[in-house]
Write a protein that binds this ligand. Structure first.
Ligand SMILES: NC(=O)c1ccc[n+]([C@@H]2O[C@H](COP(=O)([O-])OP(=O)(O)OC[C@H]3O[C@@H](n4cnc5c(N)ncnc54)[C@H](OP(=O)(O)O)[C@@H]3O)[C@@H](O)[C@H]2O)c1
Length: 320
């Protein structure tokens, strides 16, 4: 671990940090093409970025399949979208912090007869206090990372059999909080002090590492996989935390944030625009290509994490 930290410190470049600061001020590129009759699967569409992204795709004619945890919100969302945009909006209920639910929904997606044109992993959670899932895994790691890993893994052959498919993972500049790399030996934060920023950063870093391996699996196929930072935008994130955090967020953080419509605009561009049709394995700040932090480019750790993720998920590695 110490060796890795030294390696990352050598690899950090000031120019990349300045590029990120510059990119944070840019607006997303806009795509105006239609997406009629294409199917978009999106997780966590009941609020914030996912909600606005769902509306954006629907406004351009796409059919939606939303993976949400809340039945009432899902009903209301689909009614709203169908009546406003005249497109089909379905949902499946899954708690993405529960491995059984993740497997079940992934299998249901696998059994769809129609192609999935765009798959957006958006659902996320930010917790200031450590929580474990029913299976005893740290919750942020499961919702922010392992759920996308399992769904991608189970769907990879289906997606490869299609002419084209794009996977977009709503990641974050927050992956930079895991500046010293991923602690594969302590994913459950038993040997370190837990913090919201650190657990969030680690989970987002893990997702970027998984992209390295998925991108290799999808080489020379019609499938692309990319990750993006959706901007610093005002959403419902953090509502599961205590009153002090929520008060601070409402009165301080929220006042500095932009509208999640910019995130939706970027997600539409990345999912539809011809300009990025053949781009894969990349990190975007909204729609601007950006180099992630050095720990997110570590192939060796990416493969170690891959093995560990298969083990945690109860999946077998099928080499093809
Ligand atoms: N907001 C930002 O500035 C920002 C910056 C960087 C990255 N991001 C990322 O953007 C993504 C969307 O977050 P947001 O800011 O839009 O937050 P949000 O408003 O809280 O939306 C999160 C969505 O995820 C769903 N979700 C949470 N836990 C879930 C679970 N266990 N199972 C299934 N669905 C679950 C929520 O469902 P409910 O409606 O039922 O709660 C909601 O639909 C996250 O991955 C986040 O890390 C956000």
């Amino acid at each position: 671990m110490r060796k890795k930290t030294a390696q990352y410190i050598r690899e950090y470049k000031w120019s990349n940090i300045f590029a990120m600061i510059r990119n944070n001020r840019l607006d997303p590129k806009i795509c105006t093409e239609s997406f009629n009759n294409k199917l978009v699967v999106i997780t966590g569409a009941t609020s914030g970025i996912g909600y606005h992204a769902a509306r954006k795709y629907a406004a351009h004619g796409a059919s939606l399949l939303c993976i949400n945890r809340n039945l009432q919100k899902s009903e209301a969302l689909c009614r709203e979208i169908e009546s406003e945009f005249g497109v089909k909006c379905d949902y499946k209920i899954a708690d993405l912090s529960n491995l059984q639910d993740i497997h079940q929904v992934a299998d249901e997606l696998l059994n769809l007869e129609t192609p999935i044109d765009v798959l957006i992993h958006n659902a996320g959670v930010y917790l200031t206090k450590k929580e474990l899932t029913p299976e005893g895994i740290e919750k942020v790691f499961v919702v922010q990372y392992l759920s996308s890993f399992i769904i991608n893994y189970i769907l990879k052959e289906k997606l490869k059999s299609q002419e084209r498919a794009r996977i977009i993972m709503v990641n974050s500049e927050g992956h930079r909080f895991a500046a010293w790399g991923l602690r594969l030996d302590d994913l459950n934060w038993e040997r370190r002090r837990y913090s919201g920023l650190k657990s969030y950063g680690s989970a987002k870093l893990a997702q970027l590492l998984s992209m390295i391996v998925f991108n290799e699996h999808f080489k020379d196929t019609g499938v692309s996989i990319n990750a993006m930072h959706p901007g610093a935008v005002k959403t419902e994130t953090g509502q599961e935390n205590g009153p002090v955090y929520r008060w601070y967020k409402r009165n301080f953080i929220d006042k500095t944030l932009k509208s999640p419509e910019i995130s939706a605009e970027a997600l539409y561009y990345l999912g539809v625009s011809k300009e990025v049709e053949f781009v894969s394995g990349k990190f975007f700040n909204l729609t601007t290509l950006e180099e992630p932090a050095p720990p997110a480019l570590d192939k060796e750790v990416a493969y170690e994490l891959w093995g560990k993720s298969l083990e945690l998920s109860g999946l077998q590695d099928s080499k093809e």
